[in-house]
Design a protein. Structure first.
Length: 642
């Protein structure tokens, strides 16, 4: 038993589980008193069937094993005071058989305990991890902006492993060893109240030390867990950003940062070890003191004839047997503390509110979907920011129309595009599709109608086909190829080693920026959405490729309503109308040509990118600039500042 305890103890000492992260302030504060409530919240993960009964059976097995162990000294007493004292060797074999039976029983029950407990503990861990993953998928972008991914990773992996260890071992032995201690003291008092008192006197300081230890260890354990999260974040970010770091020669700086964090973590771990070392020293010394006290008191009693030698031997043996239950209490409490802290951290992420959810009474879009999008007095401010980014956007995208959104950097263009598929919710006003507020639609319905391609084209470690089909689950290979053709990605995909079945690696790193952007475009058009929201989708393309993708996009845009964030004149020219975003409002709206002629802010915004011919009001005609547009309907409206 002590072997198991020691190995588990050293596992705790050697374990590296820490914390960091400046963004996850909500998870930072170690909330005293919340830990036990966090542990109690494990209840729903421990239903009686099939998990609870196994845990109960494991506790019973461990308890019976302990009783078998406690029985051995009692038989020993019989042997010493019986056959050995009287010379009646006939009874000796029976008693030795009894000791053997108890030993074999103890071993068998240990085996049963391990078998019984391993499955439920790993099932609970897996279920909690799956629930966390599911929950994270449903949390708004604002949550992920605030939380470091390393923190989430460390909660999903390290903290849940701590919970598993707690369920498989600490929980059971906290119950069993407490009972064993009570039973052992009971037997000792029955054998000799004096010897029982000696042990009780030595075990009382143990409770005090455990309490002090528990309080100190809790704080340090939480700090270590959080530092572990920070270190994980640093490692993760440096792996994901390896190109930037190499290009700017910042590798050594990152290494320094890593070393500082690793040193902090090591310091915290060593503090944990010092606390544990102190505790273990006390917990080992006190039971030894109890044995010495028993031998002294018992020795005098035997000499005085008030105690038999067998009783003294039995009492000392029982006390030796209680060394593990006594010594383990503090360590088990520390494991319990770590598990409680791990649960705190787990629930912090799980309790984050899903603010973007389906409405209670969803409305269906009228069929056929026309893709008529209206922004009505839309306002938006990031949580915690003093100033709203969008301050009353009024904009209409007629069915089939392409509107380019132009604005200075940081003016809120990306923010505006996020609001249409409800990656964030407006804080004022509303956005409608075919007259229905997007918040009244089921999220799945909305995102089937509205497809998005972001400026940064994120691809997943999967085949080209899987990456494209992400935009429209269940589409056929033919439809994937059609989408690739539209995005002018079919040619380079055909040249990949396994064509569209080629796995394109983490974040599609093996592809060029332009290739990745074209795949992201293919993904956006794969589901043939009624509304396309494109956040500067041509930014990473070279001039030649840009012309190719533009040609393809023109075809796509003809059939859909589109909002396209544009930085370049070439992208603007895809649009029927251009909206100019200034100071959180639409300052002007009109054709590219008319805005050039009438709007100084617009000219200023595009000036650096335009050739003198394009800048001239007598430049290309609207029809040349926007072949998808219906020239006669185009209008120029100066929107008065509100
Ligand atoms: N997650 C966020 N939390 C707080 N503020 C944010 C967040 N994302 C963006 N902002 C702020 O909102 C403003 C608008 O940002 P946004 O990315 O929408 O601008 P943009 O017009 O798309 O810029 P760019 O042309 O450079 O892409 C900026 O001031 C930016 O700092």
């Amino acid at each position: 038993m002590s072997t198991e305890g020691e190995s588990a103890g050293s596992q705790v000492e050697g374990q590296v589980d820490s914390r960091v992260g400046d963004r996850d302030e909500p998870g930072r504060a170690a909330r005293a008193g919340s830990s036990w409530a966090s542990l109690r919240r494990l209840g729903p993960y421990l239903p009686l069937r099939p998990i609870g009964w196994r845990l109960i059976a494991a506790v019973l097995s461990a308890l019976l094993a302990t009783l078998c162990g406690l029985g051995i000294p009692l038989v020993t007493q019989r042997i010493v005071d019986g056959p050995i004292a009287t010379g009646d060797l006939a009874a000796l074999s029976w008693l030795i058989g009894g000791v053997l039976a108890l030993g074999v029983g103890e071993a068998g029950l240990f085996y049963a305990r391990r078998r019984l407990v391993s499955r439920p503990a790993s099932v609970v861990e897996a279920n909690m991890r799956a629930d966390l993953y599911r929950h994270l998928q449903g949390l708004p972008i604002a949550f992920h902006d605030r939380w470091q991914s390393g923190q989430l990773l460390s909660r999903a992996v390290n903290d849940l492993a701590t919970v598993r260890r707690f369920l498989a071992f600490a929980l059971i032995y906290l119950v069993v060893n407490s009972l064993a201690l009570l039973a052992g003291l009971g037997v000792l008092f029955a054998l000799s109240p004096l010897l029982g008192l000696v042990v009780l006197a030595c075990s009382t300081p143990l409770v005090v030390i455990s309490y002090v230890f528990e309080t100190r260890f809790k704080t340090v354990a939480r700090l270590a867990q959080d530092q572990d999260g920070d270190l994980t974040t640093t490692v993760e970010e440096s792996v994901l950003g390896i190109r930037v770091l190499k290009a700017f020669g910042r590798g050594p700086e990152l290494v320094r940062r890593y070393l500082v964090q690793a040193r902090q973590l090591r310091g915290t771990e060593l503090r944990k070890v010092r606390i544990i070392a102190f505790l273990w020293a006390a917990l080992v010394a006190l039971p030894e003191l109890a044995i010495a006290g028993q031998l002294a008191v018992g020795g005098f009693a035997v000499a005085g004839g008030t105690l038999t030698v067998g009783t003294l031997v039995a009492a000392v043996t029982i006390t030796s047997y209680l060394v593990w239950p006594m010594g383990s209490i503090g360590w088990l409490l520390s494991e319990t503390n770590q598990a409680a802290t791990a649960c705190d951290r787990y629930w912090e992420a799980r309790d984050a509110e899903r603010t973007i959810v389906d409405p209670p009474r969803p409305v269906a879009l009228p069929e056929p979907v026309r893709g008529h999008v209206r922004f009505e007095g839309v306002r938006f401010g990031y949580p915690g920011a003093d100033r709203e980014v969008l301050r009353g956007i009024d904009l209409e995208l007629r069915p089939g129309e392409t509107v380019a959104l132009v604005g200075a950097t940081g003016s809120g263009k990306t923010t505006l595009t996020m609001l249409v598929p409800r990656l964030a919710d407006v804080t004022g006003g509303r956005i409608t599709v075919d007259g229905v507020d997007v918040r009244d639609l089921r999220l799945a319905d909305l995102r089937r109608v509205v497809a998005t391609a972001f400026e940064e084209p994120v691809l997943f470690s999967a085949s080209v086909t899987e990456n494209v089909a992400l935009g429209a689950p269940g589409i056929s290979d033919d439809q994937v190829h059609q989408a690739l053709r539209v995005a002018r990605a079919d040619e380079f995909v055909a040249e990949l080693p396994w064509g569209a079945a080629t796995r394109i690696g983490e974040q599609g790193l093996s592809l060029s920026g332009g290739q990745r952007q074209r795949l992201a475009l293919a993904r956006a058009v794969a589901g043939q959405p009624a509304v396309l929201v494109l956040d500067d989708p041509l930014s990473a393309l070279d001039v030649h490729t840009e012309a190719e993708v533009e040609a393809a996009l023109r075809r796509v845009l003809r059939g859909v309503t589109a909002l396209v964030v544009a930085h370049r004149p070439s992208t603007v020219q895809l649009a029927d109308r251009v909206a100019v975003l200034v100071d959180g409002r639409i300052a002007a709206i009109g054709t590219h040509r008319d805005l050039l002629a009438t709007n100084a802010a617009y000219r200023h915004l595009l000036a650096t990118d335009l050739s003198p011919a394009e800048l001239s009001p007598a430049g290309p005609s609207p029809t040349e600039l926007s072949p998808a547009g219906s020239g006669e309907n185009l209008e120029t409206t100066e929107v008065a500042a509100q």
